[in-house]
Design a protein around this ligand. Structure first.
Ligand SMILES: [Zn+2]
Length: 272
């Protein structure tokens, strides 16, 4: 699944190809994509100019000159494939935009869970989102305040998008390891010093993350530029390392289920 740094990378790539351009061809190419973007909604985009593209958590938001907004969420395996429209279309193409410059921007998606949806002007469609660790306003005070009403364990609290936007399961586990905080520690009982360590760690793990983690979708060079999919494998301190020695203290990394998600941690140096 694309994590926050990769969605940021995808947003930047999309901006270079689509921001300020007019859409001359828009179509839905797969039944699952058509549930969110019916053919007539796709056609209504033709002739519109994309005036601004922004990212909020893992949502890419394409603002149009008629004040409508296109919401894009990659979900599990979504990606952009961008190239001249004279190239044969990429494999797994689900939604297509062609600009007046002849650039084709394709949403490619093996699992076909990704969402492209058009919203009317002023529509409130995003869920409530807290600050992101890479926001300028991110701070220990802000995190402490966001955790004040979370009486449960810290790890699921970090996955609540109203508390922290876009951190995700992997980087939540990594941030807790960096901060030496046990995933079961009570969220609203963390001391200010530990919240400070956690706020710093959450920023650190995202800043350090490669922007193009490999997740095996693309196997051939077909001439398109992809946002994701051919980057480096990332190595983690605890995530997906059950049984391996903790890099800090040597104790074996453990795994447990927490709120339905796998959580990895060191039972010795991460303290409740
Ligand atoms: Zn340890």
């Amino acid at each position: 699944m694309p994590e926050l740094p990769e969605v940021e990378r995808a947003t930047r790539l999309l901006r270079t190809a689509l921001e300020g351009r007019r859409i001359v061809d828009a179509r839905t190419l797969h039944p699952s994509a058509a549930r969110a973007l019916p053919p007539q909604a796709a056609r209504s985009l033709e002739g519109r100019t994309v005036v601004r593209i922004e990212r909020r958590a893992k949502y890419q938001l394409l603002h149009l000159d008629d004040a409508r907004t296109i919401e894009v969420h990659f979900k599990m395996t979504g990606d952009w494939a961008i190239g001249p429209s004279t190239l044969p279309p990429p494999a797994l193409e689900r939604v297509r935009f062609v600009t007046h410059e002849g650039t084709r921007i394709s949403l490619v998606d093996g699992r076909a869970f990704a969402v492209v949806r058009v919203h009317e002007p002023g529509a409130m469609f995003l869920p409530p989102l807290g600050l992101e660790p890479l926001d300028a306003a991110w701070s220990a005070d802000a995190l402490k305040a966001a955790l004040a009403r979370k009486t449960g364990p810290i790890k699921p609290a970090l996955l609540d998008q109203r508390v922290v936007a876009g951190l995700g399961n992997i980087y939540s586990a990594e941030a807790l390891w960096e901060a030496a905080i046990h995933p079961r520690a009570r969220a609203n009982r963390l001391s200010m010093a530990r919240v400070q360590r956690l706020a710093d760690a959450a920023r650190l793990v995202l800043e350090r993350a490669p922007a193009a983690r490999y997740y095996g979708q693309r196997t051939v060079d077909d001439g398109h530029t992809y946002a994701l999919g051919d980057g480096s494998d990332e190595t983690w301190h605890v995530y997906d390392r059950e049984g391996e020695p903790c890099e800090r203290c040597g104790a074996p990394v453990r795994r447990m289920e927490q709120a339905g998600r796998s959580t990895y941690y060191c039972g010795r140096c991460q303290r409740v």
